[in-house]
Design a protein around this ligand. Structure first.
Ligand code: ATP
Length: 637
């Protein structure tokens, strides 16, 4: 395939370049002694009405035919990519409108559209090129929109949005470079179609006009003498077919090459299922519930009444204060509420873990706090204050910059958290150039410095590498280092170690701890793994069915009051667990947000449930702990 594509491409392009130089004269020489001659040794495709050699004219016409097809494709690509990109990055209404318009345009047969535009732009090569370009644009717009949708949902685009990077810059730096390969592949194939379409327009008399000639016009002239000299039409017809095939072959080859490379890029080492670290709950005791620089009591506001520290806000020393956070999503089954009234306070430097089974609403809570939810997800809150900013309202440019530099997000999948087409160091440097107005050189030097700070070996070299050249643990460090480029007051880490094996997991957790110690940033660590949360955090919020059901210091996990927290803790085996003992598990499954039971959502799985649980219990605070249960467990585990 590669050899055939290269040969065909070289043949077609070579002819286009040298054709007029070598055969130009022969193509223009009239020979009135041999008019309209059939194929012969001297003229393999015969001669035309003026006795000119048809083969020479076919070879000369290659330049115009291919040049016009390429020009039309370029116009179609530029226009289409522009419209598709705007559609993918714009607000909901404009996006829907553009998607609808693109859909309508795509539904028309391309040649019909081209004929329509040819009438508008006028007869002649310029009009035909514009007509074809406009006719090709909807296809490229649809392709761009579809491809961009998959890129804009990637974590690195979310991270850039969290940094407050403007839409245009996100488009130029993060989205378009990732669309380049599939667009080029499609462009190559489309150029083959454009060649055929252009020949069609010229054949119909709408394209190239005499005395200029391309294959379409030659085909039209040849067909006039099809009964006396069939080879006159055969020459240009063969040229169109061979060139069309060459473009398609090149496109196929490019697609295979790109596909192969993408597969190599995506090749990640097989993940081992992390064994449960020894003495998980021992770690809870050892950690004593405090991070290196954290005041153990910092998370509990002294005036906390009902509900967690109800009177505290940033004026009272919290870096993050959330009240009644609600996330609603319209679905085919109606509106679901995966997050139902979460309250949360984080003191500066405090580390709070959010625990819960899959689907309990942990990630949506984090995304809603960071304002990173997408349409159609709706977020409401009674209060959503971070570092003096009211995140419920639209932020101005300066506020966005502050949010970008003081809130750092670390996502689960380190591969999708980084732009695959940008070098690691450049991605870090962008934070400084974007927000601190630093020029590129110093920003790049700071990036290397921060990579060193997260203990990335050979930081200088790593900064020059693309994400796929780094291991999972390295990529996660790069993400953490990216947060360090600003002045983080809060790090939100959503399952930051789930995709890593257990030794790398430990290293990344250490880096997060060291980062907190160095910057004094608070940490909101989302995980379904008790050992991770208990090794790092001061306090734990346990979520179930979109609500916080228990809030307790990490050291009190073994004395948890909520039967769900108890069940989670008991489900973790330790080194002391006898091998022959059956591991404890929680019966049943977490409820589907689309079909929440009335009353306590944990009741169907709870051994302590009775009729009282038909009413959903509120979160009731006792000192530094809060629990939402009618029958809390009192005894020690
Ligand atoms: N865009 C969406 N549309 C519909 N439902 C959604 C959407 N995003 C999340 N959900 C649903 O909301 C619920 C909570 O999701 P979320 O990702 O917050 O859970 P989680 O606790 O973080 O789980 P996991 O650990 O698996 O990520 C899940 O049931 C999920 O299916």
């Amino acid at each position: 395939m590669a050899v055939a594509a290269l040969l065909a491409g070289a043949l077609v392009l070579g002819t286009a370049v040298i054709g007029p130089v070598i055969w130009g004269e022969a193509a223009e020489t009239n020979d009135f002694t041999s008019l309209d001659q059939p194929a012969s040794a001297a003229h393999p495709f015969g001669t035309d009405k003026l006795g000119r050699d048809i083969l020479a004219r076919v070879l000369v016409a290659a330049r115009l035919s291919i040049g016009l097809a390429v020009a039309a494709t370029a116009i179609g690509m530029v226009l289409g990519v522009l419209v598709g990109a705007v559609a993918s990055m714009s607000g909901r209404r404009l996006r829907r409108f553009l998607a609808m318009m693109i859909g309508i345009a795509v539904a028309f047969p391309g040649l019909l559209l081209a004929l329509f535009f040819a009438v508008i732009f006028g007869v002649g090569p310029r009009g035909a090129v514009l007509a074809l370009g406009f006719a090709m644009a909807p296809g490229f717009a649809r392709l761009t929109q579809t491809l961009a949708a998959s890129v804009t949902s990637q974590d690195y685009v979310s991270a850039a949005r969290a940094l407050g990077v403007s839409r245009v810059r996100i488009l130029v730096r993060h989205v378009l470079p990732n669309l380049a390969e599939p667009l080029i592949v499609n462009g190559t194939v489309a150029a083959g179609s454009a060649l055929l379409a252009f020949a069609g327009l010229s054949y119909l008399g709408l394209g190239v006009q005499p005395p200029a000639y391309d294959w379409g016009r030659m085909l039209s002239e040849g067909l006039n003498s099809i009964y006396t000299n069939p080879s006159a039409a055969l020459g240009p017809a063969l040229a169109i077919v061979v060139s069309g095939l060459a473009f398609n072959l090149a496109g196929e080859f490019a697609a295979q090459a790109v596909g192969g490379r993408a597969r190599v890029h995506r090749k990640v080492p097989a993940l081992t299922v992390p064994p449960v670290p020894p003495s998980t709950l021992g770690a809870v005791r050892d950690a004593g519930g405090t991070g290196p620089e954290v005041d153990p009591g910092a998370g509990v506001a002294p005036d906390a009444g009902p509900g967690p520290s109800a009177a505290s806000d940033d004026a009272h020393g919290t870096v993050l204060s959330v009240r009644d956070l609600q996330v609603r999503i319209p679905t085919a089954d109606g509106m679901i509420r995966p997050v139902r009234g979460v309250d949360l306070d984080l003191a500066p430097g405090e580390a709070v873990g959010v625990l819960g089974e899959s689907g309990s609403g942990k990630s949506l809570t984090a995304l809603a706090i960071a304002r990173l939810t997408h349409d159609p997800v709706r977020v409401d809150a009674g209060r959503l204050r971070f570092d003096g900013l009211d995140l419920r309202h639209r932020l101005g440019a300066a506020e966005r910059t502050r949010l970008g530099t003081s809130l750092s997000m670390v996502f689960q999948d380190p591969m999708s958290s980084l732009n695959p087409t940008m070098r690691a160091g450049d991605q870090l440097a962008e934070v400084a150039t974007e927000h601190q107005g630093t020029s590129w050189g110093p920003a790049r030097a700071r990036a290397v410095e921060q990579l060193r700070a997260v203990r990335l070996s050979a930081a200088e070299r790593r900064a020059r590498q693309l994400p796929y050249e780094l291991s999972g643990g390295m990529r996660q460090r790069v993400m953490i280092a990216m947060g360090l480029m600003g002045d983080p007051r809060l790090i939100i880490a959503d399952e930051p170690t789930t995709a890593l094996d257990v030794t790398v997991q430990q290293q990344v957790l250490e880096v997060i701890q060291a980062t907190r110690a160095r910057t004094g940033a608070a940490l909101l660590l989302i995980s379904h793994d008790i050992s991770v949360v208990s090794g790092v955090c001061d306090r734990v919020l346990v979520m179930y069915a979109g609500r916080v059901v228990e809030d307790l210091p990490v050291g009190a996990l073994e004395q948890a009051h909520h039967p769900y927290t108890r069940a989670l803790v008991e489900a973790v085996p330790t080194m002391e667990t006898p091998r022959e003992e059956r591991l404890s598990s929680i019966p049943g499954r977490p409820p589907d947000p689309a079909a929440l039971p009335t009353g306590c959502p944990f009741a169907p799985r709870c051994p302590r449930a009775d009729r009282t649980c038909e009413i959903e219990p509120p979160l009731v605070r006792h000192g530094d702990r809060a629990v939402a249960c009618h029958h809390p467990v009192e005894e020690t585990l």
